[in-house]
Ligand binder design. Structure first.
Ligand SMILES: Cc1cc2nc3c(=O)[nH]c(=O)nc-3n(C[C@H](O)[C@H](O)[C@H](O)COP(=O)(O)OP(=O)(O)OC[C@H]3O[C@@H](n4cnc5c(N)ncnc54)[C@H](O)[C@@H]3O)c2cc1C
Length: 227
């Protein structure tokens, strides 16, 4: 999977600091970058999170599944633009070549599974690939028969790879990281959100500094910020 930061509000933390200082008319204390750290950490602790909405980031995410994108797009304050299975074809159709090759994500647990079939065990990955190939073959045949991609796609598995671009303000990103980097979140969205969090910790270190990344468990959580 690939997570690319496409754009971010320039001088994001300065924008947030100046917006916040407008609330209190405390520009006499404006002394960047030190004053930004103190003020932004304070408003986050106090729950005055609306000031974080003045900065936004846009990410392009490639190599995730439709299962993952379906979870991500549940976040209503985030704006998504996702690869369309109506306009994108994964196989040639009459009068038009395929837009891209078909690919399906296979979870590690499926790959490692041994499935009981007719009294013997078969490899989970092999079984998955066999069914996935059959689904894809039918998709291809349906397109050849003139069925539009928007209807042929019904046979494609949830693991089908999909590309998405999302834009969210820093408040919403903090919320998404809190619930989706949690150890109980699903591994795929957790892994992708961790990559976004790593980028945000680098680009906006004050706003995201309280998130502690636990690499061993591929998760993260906002730590209690005392200072
Ligand atoms: C571990 C996990 C398991 C899940 N399991 C399921 C499941 O089984 N089934 C299922 O359907 N979903 C499930 N979800 C999705 C979940 O229910 C939410 O739809 C998703 O996490 C979006 O989060 P949200 O609504 O908090 O935030 P967002 O939509 O990102 O909104 C951010 C915040 O804005 C505020 N907000 C947004 N819209 C409103 C509103 N209309 N009214 C009031 N406040 C609002 C809330 O404070 C909200 O937390 C799961 C999510 C997680 C993290």
């Amino acid at each position: 999977m690939e997570v690319e930061l496409m754009s971010i509000t320039p001088n994001a933390e300065d924008v947030i600091e100046r917006a916040t200082r407008t609330c209190y008319l405390s520009f006499h204390r404006y002394n960047p970058p030190h004053s930004a750290k103190e003020l932004i950490r304070k408003v986050i602790r106090k729950g005055h999170h609306s000031v974080l909405e003045h900065a936004v980031a846009t990410f392009r995410i490639k190599g995730g599944s439709r299962v993952f994108t379906h979870e991500l797009v549940r976040h209503r304050l985030m704006s998504p633009s996702q690869e369309s299975q109506r306009y994108v074809c994964y196989a040639d159709k009459p009068g038009r070549e395929k837009t891209k090759d078909y690919h399906c994500i296979i979870p590690d647990t499926v790959k490692a599974a041994q499935i009981k079939s007719n009294g013997s065990f078969i490899d989970g990955e092999k079984a998955f690939l066999e069914v996935q190939d059959k689904c894809y073959q039918l998709y291809e045949q349906l397109l050849s028969a003139g069925v539009p991609p928007e209807d042929a796609r019904y046979i494609l598995p949830g693991g089908t790879e999909s590309e998405i671009v999302i834009t969210a303000n820093f408040r919403e990103l903090r919320h998404i990281f809190t619930v989706r980097c949690h150890p109980r979140a699903h591994w795929e969205i957790r892994r992708i959100c961790l990559k976004m969090l790593e980028t945000m910790k680098e680009k906006a270190p004050i706003v995201f500094s309280d998130f502690v990344i636990d690499y061993e468990n591929e998760s993260a959580y906002p730590a209690q910020d005392e200072g």
